[in-house]
Design a protein around this ligand. Structure first.
Ligand SMILES: Cc1ncc(C[n+]2csc(CCOP(=O)(O)OP(=O)(O)O)c2C)c(N)n1
Ligand SMILES: [Mg+2]
Length: 739
C-alpha cells in the first residue's frame, strides 16, 4: 500500500521554474492540448446553458471545475484500451478520450444520431463503445460495482484467453453477438462525487476491489458539495481519504484536482500500480463547482458569495491558462488563437446539432431486448434426449429439479468458458486446501445446487462472493458487459432487495439506454417461495410481479425438473438478462421429477405448457401452485366431472398469451392462480388482459386465487391460512365452473 499526497501549494505553482521542459512527463504540446480540452469543456457547458435558456435543449449538467482532473485521467490512461465508467461531470475526460463536441451537442438536443443513447438519456450520460466509455445512468454510484465487475471480467479473460473466442460450430448462443476484447494490463477507471461516496454500493465496490486486488482506479471528484449538502455533513470527519485509508491492497492519492499536472502525476502513479497487478488505486481529487449543481439548482441559496469567491480563485481553466503563460508555453496571442479556434469549432458543432433529426417515436420499443436472438424463437426449441438406462444398464431414476439444475449448470460450464458462477456460499469451499487435502466434502450452496462445480471447474469460475447482493448483481452486470456470462445466485428472494437498484435501474436498462451500444446478458438465479412449514416472512417471499414490471428483464419460473433444465439452458445461452426463479419447495419434490434431457435441451421463453387439457374451465398458473392446482382439478373431475385445462406459464416475461387465449376460446372461463399476495400481483395483469381482450368469450367473471394480502407466518397453521391451498383452488374452480 502506498499513499501520495500532493502539497496543497499546487504543483502548477511549485513547478513554476522554466528549467523543466517536462512537467511530470507531460510535454509542452500535451499541456497545450490539455488546456484545449479544458477550455473546450467549459465552453461546451456555457453553450449548453445558453441553449437550455433558449429551450433548444432540455437539460444541462456541467463539468465546470472538474476539467483538470478529467483531462489528467484521460492523458494518463489509454482510450479504447482501458475501460471507463465516468460520471456526469467528466466532460473533459470524455473529450480527452476522443468524444467530439458535436456528439455532446447531439446528446443535448436528443438527436437520433446521438451516439450515446439516440436521444434516450440526458446529456452528460456518456456511452461510446469504441472508446470503452460504458453507458452511464443517473443513480449516484450505481456505476461503481459494474466497474469492479468490468475489471474482474478483464482479468478473467486474461487468465482464460480462449474464453474470448466465439464458437464456430454448435448451436448458436449469445457469444456470436458479443465481440470480446481485453488487455493483460488494462485498467478500469470509475469516478464519483464526494456525496456519492456515502452510498453503500461504493463501500461494497471498494471491498470487492480490495479483496480481488482488481485493477480499478476509483476517482472521487470532491467538490465539497452534493447539491446543497456540504462534505462535513456527508462524510464523517470530512475526508473520504481518511475513511478509506484502511482498505488493504490499495494505492492512495490525494491531490489538488484543479491542477492538471499534479493530477496527471497522481494518475500516472495510480495507473502504474494497477497495471503491475498490485491492486486498485484511489484518487481523491479536490475540485471546485463554480456553477450550481445543475441548471435546476441555484447555489446562492446555500452558499454565500465569499465562499464562491474563494472557489473561483482555484478555477482550473483560469489557473491552467495562467500557468501556460507563466511557463512561456503559450503567449497571449497563442491563447487567443487557441480560444478562437475552439469557439469556431463549437459554433459549427452547435449549428450542425441543431439541424439533427430527432429519433422516430416508433423506435421506443427497440433494443429493450436483443435484436439478434429472439428467446421465443425455434432456435431455443430443442428435443430432450434421454438416456433410457445408465452405463451399467440400470434404468435411470427420475431426478429432482435441484439435480437437473446442477446438471444443466455443469454441462453449460463445460460448453462455455465464459460462464462464471458466484454468490453467497455457492463454492464448495473457499479454503481450497481443505478440499485438496480431502478434509471436507464441500458445500456448494445453501440448497447444494452448485455442489461440486468449484471442484470441477476451479475457483476462478465458481467462487463465494462477499455477503452483498448489490455487489453480486452489479459485478455480474459489469462482467456481462465485457462479454462474460455470469450465472449468479441470490440465496433467498427475500434478500434480493439490496440489489434492487442494480436490477431495476441498471441491468435491464443497459441495452435500451445505450441504443444497443452495450448489453449485459447474464443470469440471476434466485431461490423463491413458501410452503416450507416454518419459512416465515423472510424465507417464503414471492414478488415476481415486481420484476415482470421491469422492461428489459426476462423472468422465468419453472414448476418441474424438466422445465427447469430447458429454461435454464435457454437463460444461459440467450442474449438477454434473465431472472431465473427457482421454487425452494419444488427443489426436491417428488412432483415433476424427470430424467436429464441431455446437454442441449432447451425450451423457448414465452411458451406455456398445458399440464392437463380440459373443456370446462381454464386455470392459468405457475410455480408451486401448479401441483396444488393439479390436485384440485383432479378432485373436481373425480367428484363432478368438470374438466379443467391447467396452463403452466413457465415463463412470465415474455408470457404465452396465445395459449391462454386459445384455451379460453374453448372453456369460456378463467381462473388465475398464484402464490404471491393477491392484490396488484402478476395475476392481476393476466386477469385484466383477459377481461379486456377476451370479454366476448367469457361466460363468467375472471377470478383469482392467491395468498392473502399479508406476510407469510412461521407457524404452519398460519402459513396454511395465508398461502393458497389445494382446497382454496378446488373451491374457486368449482364455483367458477358452475357460475
Ligand atoms: C441514488 C440517487 N440519489 C439521489 C440522486 C439525486 N442526485 C443527483 S446528483 C446528487 C448529488 C451528488 O453529489 P456528489 O456525489 O458530490 O457529486 P457532484 O454533483 O457534487 O459532482 C444527487 C443527490 C441520484 N441521482 N441518485
Ligand atoms: Mg460533490
Amino acid at each position: 500500500m502506498a499513499t501520495s499526497k500532493t502539497d496543497p501549494k499546487l504543483a502548477l505553482a511549485a513547478n513554476g521554474a522554466k528549467k523543466s521542459r517536462f512537467y511530470e512527463g507531460l510535454t509542452r504540446e500535451q499541456l497545450i492540448q490539455a488546456y484545449r480540452f479544458m477550455y473546450t469543456s467549459r465552453r461546451i457547458d456555457d453553450r449548453e446553458i445558453l441553449l437550455k435558456r433558449q429551450q433548444k435543449i432540455f437539460f444541462q449538467m456541467s463539468g465546470a471545475g472538474h476539467e483538470a482532473v478529467g483531462v489528467a485521467a484521460g492523458l494518463a490512461l489509454k482510450t479504447g484500451y482501458d475501460w471507463f465508467y465516468p460520471y456526469y461531470r467528466d466532460r473533459a475526460l470524455c473529450l480527452a478520450l476522443g468524444v467530439q463536441p458535436y456528439q455532446m451537442f447531439l446528446q443535448g438536443v436528443g438527436a437520433a444520431d446521438d451516439p450515446s443513447s439516440g436521444g434516450r438519456q440526458m446529456p452528460s450520460h456518456w456511452s461510446y463503445p469504441a472508446l470503452h466509455i460504458v453507458t452511464q445512468s443517473s443513480p449516484t454510484g450505481s456505476q461503481i460495482l459494474q466497474a469492479v465487475g468490468c475489471a474482474d471480467g478483464g482479468r478473467y479473460l486474461s487468465h482464460h484467453p480462449s474464453a474470448a473466442q466465439a464458437p464456430t460450430s454448435g448451436s448458436p448462443d449469445y457469444r456470436q453477438f458479443k465481440s470480446v476484447s481485453f488487455q493483460n494490463d488494462e485498467i478500469t477507471y470509475v469516478s464519483l462525487g464526494d456525496g456519492t461516496s456515502s452510498e453503500g454500493e461504493f463501500w461494497e465496490a471498494m471491498n470487492t476491489a480490495a479483496l480481488g486486488k482488481l485493477p480499478v482506479i476509483f476517482c472521487v471528484e470532491d467538490n465539497g458539495y452534493a447539491i446543497s449538502v456540504p462534505v462535513e455533513v456527508q462524510t464523517a470527519g470530512g475526508s473520504i481519504s481518511r475513511l478509506v485509508s484502511g482498505f488493504p491492497n490499495f494505492h492512495f492519492e490525494e491531490v489538488d484536482g484543479t491542477d492538471p499536472v499534479a493530477s496527471y502525476a497522481a494518475f500516472r502513479r495510480a495507473a502504474k500500480y494497477c497495471r503491475a497487478g498490485h491492486g486498485p488505486a484511489f484518487v481523491h481529487a479536490h475540485v471546485i463547482r463554480p456553477y450550481s449543481h445543475s441548471l435546476s439548482d441555484d447555489e446562492r441559496l446555500y452558499r454565500p458569495e465569499s465562499e464562491r469567491e474563494r472557489d473561483a480563485q482555484r478555477d482550473p481553466v483560469t489557473r491552467t491558462q495562467m500557468f501556460l503563460l507563466r511557463e512561456g508555453i503559450l503567449d497571449d496571442k497563442g491563447i487567443n488563437q487557441l480560444e478562437k479556434e475552439v469557439e469556431a469549432e463549437l459554433q459549427a458543432a452547435v449549428d450542425r446539432a441543431l439541424e439533427a433529426l430527432p429519433p422516430a417515436p416508433e423506435s421506443v420499443m427497440q433494443h429493450l431486448y436483443s435484436p439478434d436472438m429472439d428467446v421465443t424463437s425455434s432456435v431455443f426449441d430443442t428435443p430432450a434426449i434421454v438416456a433410457e438406462s445408465s452405463s451399467d444398464g440400470k434404468k435411470v431414476a427420475p431426478k429432482t429439479m435441484a439435480d437437473l439444475i446442477t446438471a444443466t449448470l455443469r454441462d453449460e460450464m463445460k460448453r462455455d468458458e465464459r460462464i462464471v458462477i458466484f454468490g453467497e456460499d455457492v463454492a464448495d469451499c473457499s479454503r481450497e486446501e481443505y478440499l485438496t487435502h480431502k478434509l471436507v466434502k464441500g458445500k456448494g450452496g445453501v440448497f447444494k445446487l452448485t455442489f461440486g462445480l468449484q471442484c470441477e471447474f476451479g475457483n476462478d469460475r465458481v467462487f463465494n462472493s462477499p455477503l452483498a447482493e448489490a455487489a453480486i448483481v452489479g459485478r455480474a452486470t459489469g462482467m456481462a458487459t465485457r462479454g462474460l456470462k455470469p450465472v449468479v445466485e441470490i440465496q433467498f428472494f427475500d434478500y434480493i432487495w439490496p440489489a434492487m437498484m442494480q436490477l431495476k435501474d441498471e441491468l435491464p436498462t443497459i441495452r435500451w439506454r445505450s441504443n444497443n451500444g452495450f448489453s449485459a446478458p447474464c443470469v440471476i438465479r434466485v431461490a423463491i417461495g413458501g410452503y416450507l412449514t416454518g419459512g416465515a416472512i423472510y424465507h417464503s417471499q414471492c414478488g415476481e410481479s415486481i420484476f415482470t414490471h421491469i422492461p428489459g428483464l426476462r423472468v422465468v419460473f419453472p414448476s418441474n425438473a424438466l422445465d427447469a433444465a430447458g429454461l435454464l439452458r435457454t437463460a444461459v445461452r440467450c442474449d438477454d438478462p434473465v431472472l431465473f426463479l427457482e421454487h425452494k419447495r419444488l427443489y426436491r419434490e417428488s412432483y415433476g421429477r424427470a430424467a436429464y434431457p441431455g446437454p442441449d435441451y432447451m425450451i423457448p421463453f414465452g411458451k406455456a405448457k398445458v399440464v392437463q387439457a380440459g373443456t370446462d374451465l381454464t386455470v392459468i398458473s405457475y410455480g408451486a401452485v401448479i401441483p396444488r392446482a393439479l390436485q384440485a382439478a383432479q378432485k373436481l373431475e373425480r367428484e363432478q366431472g368438470v374438466k379443467v385445462e391447467l396452463i403452466d406459464l413457465r415463463s412470465l416475461n415474455p408470457f404465452d398469451w396465445d395459449t391462454i387465449a386459445a384455451s379460453i376460446a374453448k372453456t369460456n372461463r378463467a381462473l388465475v392462480a398464484y402464490e404471491d399476495t393477491l392484490s396488484w400481483g402478476y395475476g392481476a395483469e393476466i386477469a385484466a388482459r383477459i377481461a379486456d381482450q377476451l370479454f366476448d368469450q367469457l361466460d363468467a367473471p375472471v377470478r383469482r386465487v392467491a395468498a392473502k394480502d399479508t406476510f407469510v407466518a412461521y407457524q404452519p397453521i398460519l402459513e396454511d391460512a395465508i398461502l393458497p391451498q389445494p382446497n382454496d383452488l378446488y373451491l374457486a374452480m368449482r364455483d367458477l365452473a358452475s357460475y
